[in-house]
Design a protein around this ligand. Structure first.
Ligand code: ZN
Ligand code: ZN
Length: 381
C-alpha cells in the first residue's frame, strides 16, 4: 500500500510499504478515507523528536472497516469508524477510569504510559496517512459513526484528535457558561478550544496568535483576536477583563513557542498565561511539551526544562491541568453534536488533497504559509 513515510528532518515521501494485517484476534483493519496532518506531526517532521526514519505518520484517522479479527465482537466489516489518536486497551487501571491517553498496556516502554498511531515515543504503531491502518483492540478503539458518516467525514475526522483535544483544554481549565477565556495559539487545536468554549457558552473568548489567517478564523466563530506581534497580549487581556484577568486560560502552542521573529521561547506561553489568568483561575495545557528535545537551542530545554514563573502561579493560587487528551472521554458526545448539526468543526479545513500531495502539504503547513490552516488527506480518492 501507499503511505507517508518519514525520511528525516523536513523530508517525507509517499512510498510503497507492506500492507498491515490482522496480528491479534482483537485487531481490525480500516481502509482510510480521511486522515489529517496535525501540528504534532510537525514536531516530528522537523526532527525535533526521536521519531524513527521509515515510519508512517498519521494519528487523525477515519475510514471503513474492511477486516476484523476473530475476537472482535461489536465492530463489523463495512462500519464507518473514527479512531481516537490514543491506542488504548480498555481494561487497564487507567483506561477503566477513562484515562485512555495514559493506557498502561499498549506502550511497550515500561517507563511510559499511553500510545498513539505514528507518534514519537508512543509505541510501535504505524500511522494512518496510508491506505490501510491496523487498529488494536478494535471493539474499544473504533468509534462507530452514523449514516451520514461519508458525507460528513471532514467533520467527524476532527474527533480523532483536535476537537476533543480543544475540548479537553477547556475541561482542564474548568470553563463553564459565562466564563471569560483566553486561548494562546490559534492553530487547529487553539481554534477547537475556542470553538469548544463557544459551545460551552463562555461569555468572552480571547485568542492570541500572530498569523492573520488563523486569527481571522477565530474571529469568524466570535472570538476576539489578539495579534501579539502588534500588542502585549497580557495587557490586552487585562484590559478586556476589567483588570482582573481571564477566568480560564488554555495553552494550545507547546514547547516550540516562538516570537513573531521566529525565536523560540519554550516558557513564553506558560508565563503569559499565568499573567493573563485571574487569581484562583484555571489553566489547561494541551500544547505538546516533551521530556527530551535534542534539537533545542539551550541545554535546559534539551531536557524538557523551562524557566517557569512558579512564584507568581503559586501566589495567584491558580490550578493547572496538563497532558494529552483522553479522546474516548468525549468522542461520543462530540460525534452526536456533529450528527445533529450543532457542531461543525471542519470550518478550519483549508485543503483537501490526495495522499500523493502529502509531501508538498507538509512543506506549506510547516512553513505556516498563509491560508494553510488544516490539511485533510484522502488516501482512497
Ligand atoms: Zn493530532
Ligand atoms: Zn489501558
Amino acid at each position: 500500500m501507499k503511505a507517508v513515510v518519514y525520511n528525516g528532518p523536513r523530508s517525507v515521501s509517499v512510498q510503497d510499504v507492506p500492507d498491515p494485517k490482522i496480528e491479534r484476534p482483537t485487531d481490525a483493519l480500516v481502509k482510510i478515507t480521511t486522515t489529517n496532518i496535525c501540528g504534532s506531526d510537525l514536531h516530528m517532521y522537523e526532527g525535533r523528536t526521536d521519531f524513527e526514519k521509515g515510519r508512517v505518520f498519521g494519528h487523525e484517522n477515519l475510514g471503513e472497516v474492511v477486516e476484523i479479527g476473530n475476537a472482535v465482537d461489536r465492530i463489523k466489516v463495512g462500519d464507518m469508524v473514527c479512531l481516537p489518536f490514543n491506542v488504548s486497551c480498555g481494561f487497564c487501571r487507567n483506561c477503566e477510569k477513562g484515562l485512555t491517553a495514559f493506557c498502561l498496556t499498549t506502550n511497550p516502554d515500561p517507563k511510559m504510559a499511553g500510545a498513539a498511531y505514528g507518534f514519537a515515543d508512543m509505541g510501535p504503531y504505524q500511522g494512518g496517512q496510508a491506505q490501510y491502518l491496523r487498529v488494536p483492540y478494535a471493539d474499544f478503539n473504533c468509534l462507530r459513526l452514523p449514516e451520514d458518516a461519508r458525507e460528513k467525514q471532514d467533520e467527524y475526522v476532527m474527533i480523532s484528535d483536535i476537537f476533543p483535544t480543544g475540548w479537553h483544554a477547556t475541561q482542564l481549565a474548568g470553563v463553564q457558561a459565562g466564563d471569560t477565556v483566553v486561548i494562546y495559539g490559534s492553530g487547529p487545536v487553539g481554534l477547537m478550544a475556542a470553538y469548544s468554549a463557544t459551545l460551552k457558552d463562555a461569555s468572552k473568548i480571547m485568542i492570541v496568535d500572530f498569523h492573520p489567517d488563523r486569527l481571522k478564523l477565530a474571529e469568524s466563530i466570535g472570538a476576539i483576536p489578539i495579534d501579539f506581534s502588534k500588542e502585549d497580549p497580557v495587557e490586552r487581556v487585562l484590559e478586556l477583563t476589567n483588570g482582573r484577568g481571564a477566568d480560564r486560560g488554555c495553552e494550545c502552542v507547546g514547547y516550540q513557542a516562538h516570537d513573531p521573529q521566529g525565536h523560540e521561547h519554550p516558557n513564553m506561553t506558560m508565563n503569559n498565561l499565568v499573567r493573563s489568568v485571574k487569581f484562583a483561575g484555571g489553566i489547561g495545557v494541551v500544547g505538546v511539551y516533551v521530556p527530551n528535545d535534542p534539537g533545542a537551542p539551550d541545554p535546559q530545554n534539551k531536557q524538557g526544562e523551562i524557566l517557569f514563573d512558579w512564584g507568581l502561579l503559586w501566589f495567584k493560587g491558580q490550578s493547572i491541568g496538563t497532558g494529552q487528551c483522553n479522546v474516548k472521554d468525549y468522542n461520543r458526545h462530540l460525534r452526536d453534536l456533529i450528527h445533529l448539526g450543532k457542531a461543525k468543526p471542519a470550518f478550519i479545513v483549508s485543503h483537501r488533497l490526495p495522499l500523493e500531495q502529502a509531501p508538498d502539504a507538509y512543506k506549506h503547513f510547516d512553513a505556516r504559509d498563509n491560508g494553510w490552516t488544516k490539511v485533510v488527506l484522502k488516501p482512497a480518492a
